[in-house]
Design a protein around this ligand. Structure first.
Ligand code: ACM
Length: 680
């Protein structure tokens, strides 16, 4: 009996071997991000050839255009010379390639059905969706599936049934502190669509610039923007561009604080007499709109009516954050108004202001969104709260009956790790919220505040980390394996370049500018081991002005740099095994050897380029700590401990190396510390 069982087992194993060897990739190996809700692998694959095309059952322009872009993307990557450049529209859609069937054309709005099904087999690729928005998500998934081997380019056989976990998956871009040209907005919209994000929250006004043309009040943009603003035509173009990619645009006009740029041209709106000038420093400033002035409401109503022509979405963000209240406290007329109207403090006054604005927006059929500050405004339950200071807010406001969004934990401007953002589940599995309350948590937004980014660097602060956030907001919370996420993210990050974002390529360009040479290898070795300092620790004491250059090492270094991550992962793996894993050992050693030698090779360039002077010590630190790492590695290999004097001296060097220089810091120090701890 036992023998027979063994025999059967061996037979099964023998039968399985060829299947395992020749089977396609596993689901986890597909470079999909966000991971679909349901995915199964099918036998076979769809091989691309020159007859490939996309056929759509309805003549729907934005889907046709999306299909055309997909064909272009596929041919760009595969180099195939296709017979047909454009998709076809056929009511009874059939064809050699992708066949898309949608049920109806609908308007893009919050909660639009974004589901889709995608089936790839040897003969055909089928996309079924209720509308174009779902179908476009399917095309994004398909683009991520494109693969190749010796036989050619292909799509692996899959059956995917997909829908988002949250309905609001946004990216906020601040273009006030630093302006971003239209093409920067567009390429980021394309990248957002590629990872199925659906809200662009456009922070259009702040202390540093009023970035939108106003025909009713031209001094807003003429005096409040240094000439860097979008015309009506440009805004319409971007809003339409986003719409055609399934992305709603929510404008933000930040009020009553963060209002300097409003009052440069119209000082009469402020709570203290002007004149005012555009703010050049970073921080929280005094200019605040006067909520007791009736003219303010007339002004804002006229302005909002003008803006309704440009922003069709139902949701409008009116800011509401960081009003320091100084102008209100110092203004006797405002204090009198508060007494007369029984408004006990500035919160009550801000609440009064919000209620008035809410009424104006309601008349225009718009719903207000705001940064939650400390107390909930006493306004209609339609109001959407954006929780940014903590996640308690998210839950408390949802419990009170408001819909809410989370941005706390998604502040990508702070240059924190991908892992940190990825783990920021808006509703973790152990949540005790009722289903009704959970329903009110609509999703979240990554926030790209722009104190320290410009057109050259903004993409590298957004991507690829925001793709991990996009997954957190689209996919089930149970999709949370970090290693697997990073494997997919590395692939998707490369693919995002196809949409024009410059998060990878601009680094070399910026290094070449510093080096003034084609040879940037040593500089790049250094930069890849470095990360920018946590944003809230930068510019202390405040000296930076908004027109200062963003071309230094701190600007070129990437948040969560990939090569440092690969090194750190190898160190963790090496130290987690009793027996030395020789592959890991060699990887760690090779990194350390490169870095150990790097400083002396880089020094001549540092001396020749004063822009690098601020990181000379950091470059030397990298070499010194790498030497410590190598010495520890040798001891680990020999299974020996270090002597106490060496440990003390090394710990001292590591401590000095941990001090940031030039607003940058080493991204590999924790690993060197781990190596040291191992031999202590
Ligand atoms: C904010 O970060 N001030 C909303």
């Amino acid at each position: 009996m036992k023998k027979l069982a063994y025999g059967l087992k061996s037979l099964i194993i023998l039968l399985l071997i060829p299947i395992t060897i020749f089977s396609q990739k596993e689901v986890k190996d597909l470079s999909l991000m966000p991971m679909p809700e349901n995915i199964q692998l099918n036998d076979g694959k769809f091989l691309l050839d020159k007859d490939f095309t996309i056929v759509i059952n309805k003549n729907e322009k934005k889907l046709f255009d999306a299909a055309y872009r997909s064909i272009k993307l596929i041919t760009d990557r595969s180099g195939l010379f296709l017979n047909n450049q454009f998709p076809f529209v056929q009511p009874d859609a059939k064809g050699k390639g992708v066949v898309i069937n949608i049920s109806e054309d609908v308007e893009l709005k919050l909660g639009v059905d974004e589901t889709y099904e995608l089936v790839v087999n040897e003969k055909q690729i089928k996309i079924d969706a209720p509308n174009s928005f779902g179908a476009m998500h399917a095309l994004s998934t398909l683009a991520q599936l494109l693969d190749s081997d010796e036989a050619g380019y292909y799509f692996p056989g899959v059956t995917i049934k997909d829908k988002p976990r949250f309905v609001w998956r946004g990216l906020m871009i601040d273009i006030s502190r630093h302006f971003e040209p239209i093409e920067v907005m567009k390429r980021n919209i394309d990248a957002m669509a590629a990872v199925k994000m659906n809200v662009l929250h456009w922070h259009l006004t702040d202390d540093h610039g009023f970035r939108i043309e106003s025909k009713s009040f031209p001094k807003l943009h003429e005096l409040g923007s240094d000439g860097f603003f979008y015309t009506h035509e440009q805004i319409k173009d971007v809003v339409n561009y986003a719409y055609e990619r399934g992305i709603r645009v929510v404008p933000e006009f930040d009020l009553p604080g963060h209002a300097t740029a409003w009052v440069v041209g119209y000082p009469e709106l402020a709570s203290a007499p002007g004149p005012y000038v555009i703010e050049r420093m970073w921080g929280i400033f005094n200019p605040t709109i006067d909520p007791t002035n009736e003219e303010v409401y007339k002004f804002l109503e006229t302005f909002f009516i003008e803006m309704t022509e440009l922003f069709p979405d139902k949701y409008w963000h009116l800011g509401g954050d960081e009003n320091n209240g100084k102008q209100w406290n110092a203004n006797p007329k405002i204090q009198e108004f508060m007494k007369a109207n029984n408004l006990k403090d500035n919160h009550a006054l801000q609440n009064y202001f919000n209620v008035r604005l809410d009424k104006i927006l309601s008349k225009l059929n718009k719903t207000m969104v705001g940064w939650y500050t400390d107390e909930m405004p006493d306004i209609s339950k339609d109001y959407i709260v954006q929780a940014w200071k903590g996640r308690t807010t998210l839950y408390e406001t949802a419990k009170k009956g408001y819909r809410s969004l989370i941005s706390h934990g998604f502040y990508i401007d702070l240059v924190q790790s991908t892992e940190y953002h990825y783990n920021n589940d808006p509703i973790p599995p152990d949540s005790i919220l009722t289903d009704e309350v959970k329903e009110r948590i609509l999703g979240g937004e990554a926030t790209m505040w722009a104190e320290f980014v410009g057109p050259e660097t903004i993409d590298s602060r957004i991507w690829p980390r925001t793709a991990a956030i996009a997954e957190r907001l689209w996919s089930s919370g149970s999709i949370n394996n970090l290693n697997n996420m990073f494997n997919r993210l590395d692939q998707v990050s490369l693919q995002l370049e196809n949409y024009g974002v410059t998060h990878i390529k601009n680094q070399d360009m910026m290094l070449r500018r510093i080096a003034n040479s084609y040879d940037i290898e040593t500089l790049k070795n250094f930069v890849n081991a470095v990360k920018p300092l946590y944003t809230y620790s930068r510019d202390r004491p405040h000296i930076a002005k908004s027109y200062y250059p963003m071309t230094r090492i701190v600007d070129i270094a990437l948040p969560d740099p990939r090569s440092a991550r690969l090194f750190n992962t190898s160190v963790d793996e090496l130290l987690s095994n009793e027996k030395i894993n020789s592959d890991c050992y060699e990887k760690v050693k090779s990194h350390l050897e490169t870095w150990k030698e790097n400083h002396k090779n880089l020094l001549p360039l540092i001396k020749a380029r004063p822009i690098l002077a601020e990181v000379e010590q950091l470059s030397e630190d990298l070499s010194k700590v790498s030497l410590i790492g190598l010495e520890a590695l040798e001891l680990i290999k020999e299974n020996k401990k270090a002597d106490a004097l060496w440990i003390t001296a090394s710990a001292e060097i590591l401590k000095t190396a941990a001090v940031p220089k030039g607003e940058a810091e080493l991204a590999i120090l924790s690993s060197i510390n781990k190596l040291l701890a191992k031999v202590n």
